[in-house]
Each structure stands twice: as structure tokens, then as C-alpha cells.
Design a protein around this ligand. Structure first.
Ligand SMILES: Cc1cc2nc3c(=O)[nH]c(=O)nc-3n(C[C@H](O)[C@H](O)[C@H](O)COP(=O)(O)O)c2cc1C
Length: 358
């Protein structure tokens, strides 16, 4: 259904209101101890129903290994993870089966698959499929000893963190429901989400992710490069609308003399750069500087208010009002998903870099 990576390869499957969702993870080194506690911690960070700014759907997200793990360690066979759907209420979706929600994938699923599609809860387009991605990300993190990956929310509803946050401070974001490391901005963001929910509306925002400790030389030129692979993985997150690296779109407004990162040598004899407008990637290859990406998410499309649509059974204008449980803002819950994407892509880049040097 959806595959990321070459040597470390993650294939996701499942639907929101089917029996469950899962991942087949290939390339896990035989003998790697699978840290279940770490995996459960990551899944808990993604889980809905934990705060008033997320959907009230409550899932246990208990991962089961169907293959590839024995006695707590990877066997070398593909690791197959299954997470059952336990809190499924499909009733609200039956009344609106022929009424595509504006902004959601209901219409395009119908255009592609017709009446065979699973309309319940967004089917395969639901963010539910990101639960096994997060589980795979936990395995990837174990394969990335020495690399630290952390993300936090830097913008919601146009409210931005006014300054750069130090890497070690990003973890503080977990202390508040919007997952923004700047406590003052977090309060304003939370207020904006609550107001949107009260108004029967939704808001979007931006997650910033950083990875430190990766060496120079991972990745490659062209479509196999780190930027391309990361963008592919991140853009596949439901509701993701854009990805930028380093100075990103701001680079288009800078002069070369401002944008270029001058090279230097640190005390350990490693080549570094004095600035990091490149976001840690040049020519699709890691520079050894922190990898920095910002990932933009649109406002949630399902709204508890009337929206104009078309009845696909009669082809007549109609009105749809969403009754299910929805996130008024997906951005805080996207934080561990963004981190998982980066971990999966970097674990693959690490294996490929090692294979290419042989
Ligand atoms: C963590 C997370 C939670 C989401 N929750 C919802 C939700 O409750 N309601 C909704 O309509 N969309 C939600 N989405 C977004 C939809 O799944 C997505 O907009 C839809 O599948 C269409 O895909 P696209 O926006 O990428 O084009 C969520 C996305 C993420 C990342």
C-alpha cells in the first residue's frame, strides 16, 4: 500500500475502521533487541484521546508482532507489526457515505475505487495508519545509535514561536498539549485550537524536526537523496501540505553571500559550517550539521458544521455535516509521526551508506 525505503523498508497497511493497521518492516538486523517499552512510549505520544485539543477516539495501540521477532529480538525475517482497532464507531459515516467531505479524500477515493471503497473513518487515508509507522520509527531509532531526533510545534493558526529553540529544550514540548517547546507561545496556540473547536472550525500549523549526530556522507544525489526521501515520507503523512529544509522558502529571498554556510573545522577535526541555512543537507547528502526540516499541515477538513458538497449517488448539490470524532488541529499529534518518518528514512540512509562503502 505504501512503502518507504530501500534496505530498511517499511510497508504500511490497514484502514481506520477495519480490524486494524500494521507495518511490515524489512532490513532489521537479526539479533537487534526490540525495545518494547520505547515502542509503547512512542505509540502513546501519537495516541488520540489524551487531551482536549485532540479527537476523543480512544485506542489502546497495543502492538502485536505477527512475525520477525522471537524472545524480544529481531530474527532477520520481516518484522510484521499489527495494531488492532478497538474503539471503532462507524455509524456516523453511514449517513454521509455519498456526501464527500470538502478537503478530505472521500471524493478522490470514490473517483479511484467507486463503491468498493471503505468510506468509514477515511478508510486507508486515516491518520490511523501512522500508528504502525510510529512503531516502525521506534525500531529505526534503535538502529540509529548516536543520532538524536526531536520535533516540536513551531506554528499554529499563524501563531509562531518567535525565536529558535535549542535542541535540548525541544523535549520540554511534551509538557503541554500542543507540543510547543516555548511555554508562552504554547498557551496562545492552545487557546487558538480551543476557540476553533468552539466555533466548529479547525486550524493548521507547522512542525519543526531536527536530527543531530548524523555523520557527513549519508544520502546521495538526485531522487535517491536525503531531501527527496524525507520529503516523500513526510508528504505522505495525512494533511501534510509542504516540507522545507534549513532556510527553506526563505532561501529564495536571500543573497548567495547570506545563504552560503561558510566551512570551518571543529576541535575534533570535523568539517562544520558556521551557519546552517542548508539544514544539514547539500546535494541530497548529509553535511554532518543538524538536519532541520519544517513540515506544514493543513487545518482538519472534517468540521462539525454544514459544508457544501455533491451527493455522489444523485449528482445533485448537497450539504454535509461531520458527526464523527475529529481533531480540531492535527499538528500536535503529528509531532511523533514526523519524528518517526525521519527515523525511518535515516535508518535506511545509514544501511545504504554502509553498503556503498563495502
Ligand atoms: C495525527 C493526525 C490526525 C488526523 N485527524 C483527522 C481528523 O480527526 N479528521 C480529519 O478529517 N482529518 C484528520 N487528519 C487528516 C486526514 O487524514 C487527511 O486530511 C485526509 O486523509 C486527506 O489527505 P490529505 O489531507 O493528505 O490530502 C489527521 C491527520 C493527522 C496527521
Amino acid at each position: 500500500m505504501s512503502t518507504l525505503g530501500t534496505l530498511f523498508r517499511v510497508t504500511l497497511f490497514g484502514e481506520s475502521h477495519g480490524p486494524g493497521v500494521g507495518a511490515v518492516v524489512e532490513g532489521v538486523p537479526a539479533g537487534l533487541t526490540v525495545d518494547m517499552e520505547a515502542m509503547k512510549r512512542e505509540l502513546a505520544r501519537r495516541r488520540p484521546g489524551q487531551s482536549k485539543v485532540t479527537t476523543q477516539r480512544k485506542e489502546e495501540d497495543e502492538p502485536e508482532f505477527l512475525a520477525g521477532v522471537a524472545h524480544g529480538a529481531a530474527t532477520g525475517a520481516p518484522v510484521t507489526i499489527f495494531i488492532r482497532n478497538t474503539d471503532v464507531d462507524s455509524r456516523p459515516y453511514d449517513a454521509t457515505k455519498d456526501l464527500p467531505r470538502p478537503g478530505h479524500a472521500d471524493f478522490t477515493a470514490w473517483a479511484k475505487w467507486g463503491i468498493a471503497r471503505d468510506h468509514r473513518g477515511g478508510g486507508p487515508f486515516s491518520a490511523r495508519t501512522t500508528a504502525p509507522l510510529v512503531a516502525a520509527g521506534a525500531i529505526a531509532r534503535q538502529m540509529l545509535a548516536g543520532v538524536r531526533i526531536a520535533a516540536h510545534v513551531v506554528e499554529i493558526a499563524g501563531i509562531e514561536v518567535p525565536h529558535e529553540v535549542a535542541f535540548d529544550q525541544i523535549g520540554k514540548a511534551e509538557a503541554n498539549p500542543v507540543r510547543c517547546a516555548d511555554a508562552k507561545t504554547a498557551e496562545l496556540m492552545e487557546h487558538a485550537i480551543t476557540r476553533a473547536r468552539t466555533d466548529g472550525d479547525s486550524v493548521g500549523g507547522i512542525v519543526e524536526v531536527r536530527a543531530e549526530g548524523l555523520p557527513a556522507g549519508w544520502g546521495g544525489p538526485g531522487a535517491d537523496g536525503l531531501e527527496s526521501e524525507l520529503a516523500r515520507a513526510l508528504l505522505a503523512i495525512p494533511a501534510c501540505r509542504g516540507v522545507e529544509f534549513g532556510a527553506g522558502f526563505r532561501a529564495a529571498r536571500m543573497k548567495g553571500s547570506e545563504h552560503n554556510d561558510a566551512f570551518d573545522v571543529d576541535k575534533a577535526g570535523h568539517v562544520t559550517t558556521r551557519t546552517n541555512h542548508a539544514g544539514g543537507i547539500l546535494g541530497g547528502i548529509s553535511t554532518g550539521m543538524p538536519l532541520v526540516a519544517r513540515v506544514a499541515f493543513k487545518p482538519t477538513s472534517s468540521l462539525p458544521r454544514k459544508q457544501d458538497t455533491v451527493n455522489l449517488a444523485t449528482m445533485k448539490p448537497a450539504v454535509v455535516e461531520t458527526k464523527g470524532r475529529h481533531d480540531p488541529c492535527v499538528v500536535p499529534r503529528a509531532v511523533p509521526i514526523v519524528e518517526a518518518c525521519v527515523a525511518v528514512v535515516l535508518a535506511d540512509a545509514k544501511l545504504r551508506a554502509a553498503a556503498e562503502r563495502r
